[in-house]
Ligand binder design. Sequence first.
Ligand SMILES: [Zn+2]
Length: 354
Amino acid sequence: MATWEQRWHPLREEWVIVAAHRQHRPWTGGTVAAPAPARPAYDPGCYLCPGNARVGGARNPSYDGTFVFDNDHPCVGAAAPGTPPTPPPPYRVAPGAGQARVVCFSPRHDLTRAEMPPAAIGAVVDVWRRETRDLGARPGIKQVLCFENKGEVVGVSNPHPHGQIYATDFVWKTMEIELAAAARHRAETGRGLMDDVIRAEQHGGGPRVLHEDEDVIAFVPYFARYAYEVYVVPKRRVPHVFALDDREAEALARALSAVTIRFDNLWRTSFPYVMVLHQAPFDAGAGRDAGAGRDAGADTFHFFIAFHPPLRQPHLVKYLAGPEIGGGNFLSDTSPEASAAELKALPATHHGAQ
Ligand SMILES: [Zn+2]
């Protein structure tokens, strides 16, 4: 399927160049990803496994579900030096304040999220709900960023299933852009931007929709920047994950399971990705202690989860280069419709259990 066009990314208000006519023929199974070596359920050398010692001396409890702890090497945290030297304008500086946490998804060292039952993924969703609510209510915190970096190709060498949470006193650029776009769309049309995106994805039989039920929809967006980019979106607009009701949270866990199983089945490997929860900022107020926990995007921001897989083929990384790093817009070599068709054709059961 040759696609050669520019597609508007409505959440970022920017163009994505889709040049799928340049793509080598689609992967047909001629090359196979190297099979992952069998891993033990428990690794005595893993700093995330239950009961093991971490750097700095802390010891993990013998947890049997999820486990959350403060990052031993935080990039933001209370230990950051207080007042850095003031640089000349236009430069600005601030202390590296905030909170960084690690979330172990499972005590099992050998599982990927795709291999966890939906109930166990639901426990991870519950951690995100609890941590976002608690950290977001802290004085001065403007945003809680929950994410998972998975796979060596995105720099994670420890296969133990885990994610991270950063609570910061600034708003991350992506959500700032999305908040502005949603507010503009609301002002111009009176409608929710993500509501319109969902309707557009359902149009014509939903050619890019991978999973849908009453509460949640998952799709390769029309404007995907990565070959197998997938959005998982609750249909009811809530600004934060903790505003989902229990039924919606369970539906979210089922959708995350369905998507990650298809990812792993694509090349019968542990599929790498960067996964991010897009949540509204918190209005920390003018003073660092004023208005903490108030929602800064309550009337417009639509919480969703995005998967950004770095690979276009089993051994072919999507490198960010001149267009992306230099120009700031993405060039995609794959058609979102073709990627979605590939994922849709895969079994809904994990290849390890087939
Ligand atoms: Zn482990």
